[in-house]
Design a protein around this ligand. Structure first.
Ligand SMILES: *[C@@H]1O[C@H](CO)[C@@H](O)[C@H](O)[C@H]1NC(C)=O
Ligand SMILES: *[C@@H]1O[C@H](CO)[C@@H](O)[C@H](O)[C@H]1NC(C)=O
Length: 308
């Protein structure tokens, strides 16, 4: 009796801690979290980027270019496909090193494509590339043309907007964790670009961090590997697998059902599963979300897993 009460208490304690070990990603989730607590982030004059709203959908549009209604599933897929192609190609032409990260890297791992349920894309650059963006490329517009399968010409224009707070290596109030954005000016959907910097070169040399304190070792990132993403040349970090495992969980490389999509090994595609609830949530599921506290709470989570 005494033992089981104790066990019950430990369990409750673990559940609480487990729930608190909620995921921090380099993404606008932060603003949504703040909003729920009744604080309007847009009242903070220090926030640079402004989204069309706070929900899982509107939080993924730049307010200036939002047309008033969210893109359909197909329009979104088309927007993101051309957006990342334009971004990767333009950065390559400008000699700006960039690589794909987070959920976008998971998509690459499966089939070198976007995860069809994702709303925003994530890329990273080094601190020195971010300095170049700040100094020479802020508020530049970039044209892009492509040809659709049926021969029609696709024309798009993107804005590269650089956050003045991109000079800071620390998270601060959390409103400026995104250092730059590549925005489709037709509808406001965007790529989040974050810089990795050696935040404490004296104490932690060779450790690169984003503002949400994902840490990467120099040799986990470089030398970058050449690959293709959405059909254009792209870079991925040297230790992409170790990075995915530590940011998420090994399950992101084995689970074949996510967000209402079933992995089809024959087609090598994620197929919307019509018979199961398709949840167009903006963010990757909990199991896919990055967790900067993973290392600290890993033991605890493992312990918790024994109970559940
Ligand atoms: C992009 O195309 C638009 C429309 O054709 C044009 O007005 C604009 O000058 C072009 N921008 C650049 C940077 O070439
Ligand atoms: C980029 O340009 C915008 C608009 O002029 C400005 O508000 C912002 O501070 C600039 N960013 C940087 C990094 O200077």
């Amino acid at each position: 009796m005494h033992l089981s009460a104790q066990k019950g208490f430990i369990l409750a304690f673990l559940v609480t801690l487990f729930l608190f070990a909620v995921v921090v990603e380099c993404a606008p989730m932060k603003y949504q979290a703040k909003k729920r607590k009744g604080q309007n982030p847009d009242e903070d004059p220090m926030k640079y980027f402004h989204e069309a709203g706070y929900g899982d959908v509107l939080g993924h549009y730049d307010r200036r270019y939002f047309t008033g209604s969210a893109a359909t599933y197909d329009a979104k897929a088309d927007t993101l496909h051309h957006m990342i192609r334009a971004y990767l190609t333009t950065f390559r032409e400008l000699n700006l090193e960039t690589w794909i990260a987070h959920g976008t890297l998971i998509g690459w791992w499966w089939n070198s494509k976007l995860l069809p349920w994702d709303w925003d894309l994530d890329t990273q650059v080094s601190g020195s590339t971010m300095a170049k963006l700040r100094e020479s490329h802020n508020m530049t517009f970039h044209n892009y043309t492509d040809m659709a399968d049926d021969g029609t010409i696709i024309f798009r224009e993107y804005l590269l907007d650089v956050n003045p707070f991109s000079t800071e290596g620390h998270k601060g109030d959390g409103f400026n964790v995104i250092d730059a954005r590549w925005i489709d000016i037709r509808n406001g959907l965007y790529i989040d670009i974050t810089a990795l910097r050696e935040v404490e070169p004296e104490i932690k040399p060779g450790i690169f961090s984003c503002k949400n304190r994902h840490d990467y070792k120099t040799n986990e990132l470089w030398p970058m590997r050449n690959t293709f993403f959405e059909g254009v040349p792209a870079l991925i970090p040297n230790s992409y697998e170790a990075i995915l495992k530590s940011e998420y969980s090994p399950r992101v490389m084995t689970n074949t059902f996510h967000e209402g999509h079933q992995w089809n090994p024959g087609k090598k595609e994620w197929i919307p599963a019509g018979n199961r609830k398709v949840n167009h949530r903006a963010h990757v599921p909990r199991s896919l979300q990055s967790d900067s506290d993973e290392k600290r709470t890993g033991g605890l989570k493992n312990l918790a897993r024994i109970f559940f």
